[in-house]
Design a protein around this ligand. Structure first.
Ligand code: X1H
Length: 405
């Protein structure tokens, strides 16, 4: 790929910024036929200086939803497009790591926003380096900064993101990426909807997954007795290592029986992301005044409706009998809690008090998830229930554009 210096100072004179292409521009052109372009400094500010000699290519790859389908491979194509230009309040981020979420296929199926018509960009979260930025964004950032973000269009080599939707991070580590959606979901959902009291019991389903691992740790920190379901002994071992008091491998143990035997009073708080029969089991094992938090229902996402079968006719009776409640949690509705959640989790991580387990598919026969194309494999891997921790794809290797010369 041809590359060019990020910044071209035009004789030290201020020049107009090239018009922002934003995050659209999905029209494909064959690779290698782009005119070389420069991001032009609009000010005399050093913020635009490419002091680390970083360079960006003129074209890049990204994943685009071209057809609505819950099958990620059917819905999504790889496109070669020009690297977008950041607008005034935006950053151009070179994505180093991107996170896989169960809802990537809800998004590709058009469930998030039914008015959104393909083509549109895929991917919810990334961490990388600032390689370009607009003038007002330069009050907070400069080229070379490490940054994480939660927003659309992350499955790309470069993404333009409004600076206000980003979080500065101390370095480009995949661990920071685990906090953006998965960690924040567990933190905010348990804080706002869990109403946890010391000594209560908390059940986390899919506990060794991307968000489950955090729910276990935050419930433990709140002084609760933690129970986690998972699908292998390896995952049960991981759960033990992060403080889960009672891991249950559901492939080896009957979860309902274990809960009834060991927790006859029922469970106070359930963090539930599987849906279907797992949700039924959860409802049936709630304690009096129990709170069940619906984080998602992954067991249904691959189907046409996206909703797993659920025998719900008796739900009102069961809730009434136990004065129990079921509450849904959707992260974008809780953005007022987001910054505090992130800074608190980052402090815990820095102090070594929070395990952020990352799974890049190291044990896969085809190898680690490296390069944008491996997003497809990574989605399949998660839906096969193979991951321990957060599934992360390394989009670009370290130090290509920001080599410390
Ligand atoms: C505006 O509120 C929403 C909420 C959820 C808009 C879209 C959704 C959505 O697509 C999701 C979703 C999002 C996040 C998450 O962690 C889980 C889920 S499940 C889901 C969905 C699945 C199938 C449907 O038929 C509809 C929504």
């Amino acid at each position: 790929m041809p590359s060019l210096p990020l910044l071209v100072r035009q004789g030290g004179r201020a020049a107009a910024l090239a018009p922002g292409r934003g995050r659209s521009g999905t029209g494909a052109r064959p690779a290698g036929v782009y005119p070389t372009r420069s991001i032009i400094d609009t000010s005399y500010s050093a913020h635009f200086m490419d002091f680390k000699r970083s360079s960006i290519p003129s074209s890049m790859q990204k994943l685009v939803v071209t057809k609505l389908s819950p099958s990620f491979r059917e819905a999504v194509s790889v496109r070669t497009v020009p690297v977008p230009t950041p607008g005034d309040a935006e950053l151009l981020i070179r994505n180093r790591f991107v996170g896989i979420n169960a809802s990537d296929i809800n998004y590709s199926a058009g469930r998030y926003d039914p008015s959104l018509k393909p083509p549109f960009d895929a991917g919810f979260e990334g961490v990388g380096e600032v390689v370009g930025l607009g003038l007002s964004a330069s009050s907070r950032y400069t080229v070379g900064d490490s940054v994480a973000y939660f927003g659309s269009g992350a499955f790309a080599e470069y993404t333009v993101v409004p600076a206000k939707e980003t979080v500065p991070v101390p370095s480009v580590k995949p661990e920071f990426l685990t906090l953006l959606v998965s960690g924040a979901t567990a933190y905010i959902a348990l804080k706002r909807l869990g109403d946890l009291t010391k000594g209560e019991t908390v059940l986390v389903t899919a506990a060794a997954g991307g968000t489950g691992q955090f729910a276990v740790q935050f419930a433990k920190r709140a002084g609760c007795h933690t129970i986690g379901t998972c699908s292998s002994n390896e995952k049960a071992g991981f759960l033990k290592s992060i403080g889960c008091d009672r891991p249950i491998n559901h492939t080896a143990e009957d979860v309902s029986k274990t809960l009834r035997n060991e927790f006859p009073q029922g469970i106070d708080v359930i963090y539930e992301s599987v849906g279907g029969s797992t949700l039924e089991l959860a409802v049936n094992n709630l304690a009096n005044k129990g709170r069940l938090i619906v984080i998602g229902f992954i067991s249904g996402y691959q189907s046409a409706s996206g909703i797993p079968p659920f025998r719900g006719a008796t739900l009102p009776v069961k809730l009434l009998q136990k004065s129990a409640s079921v509450r849904g949690f959707f992260l974008p509705h809780f953005l007022g809690d987001y910054r505090e959640a992130l800074s608190s989790m980052m402090q815990m991580f820095a102090k070594g008090e929070l395990v952020c387990k990352v799974d890049c598919g190291e044990t896969e026969p085809e190898g680690r998830f490296v390069g944008l194309e491996s997003v497809f494999r990574a989605v399949d891997y998660m839906y096969a229930g193979k991951n321990v921790g957060k599934v992360v794809v390394e989009v670009t290797p370290a130090g290509v554009s920001n080599s410390k010369l």
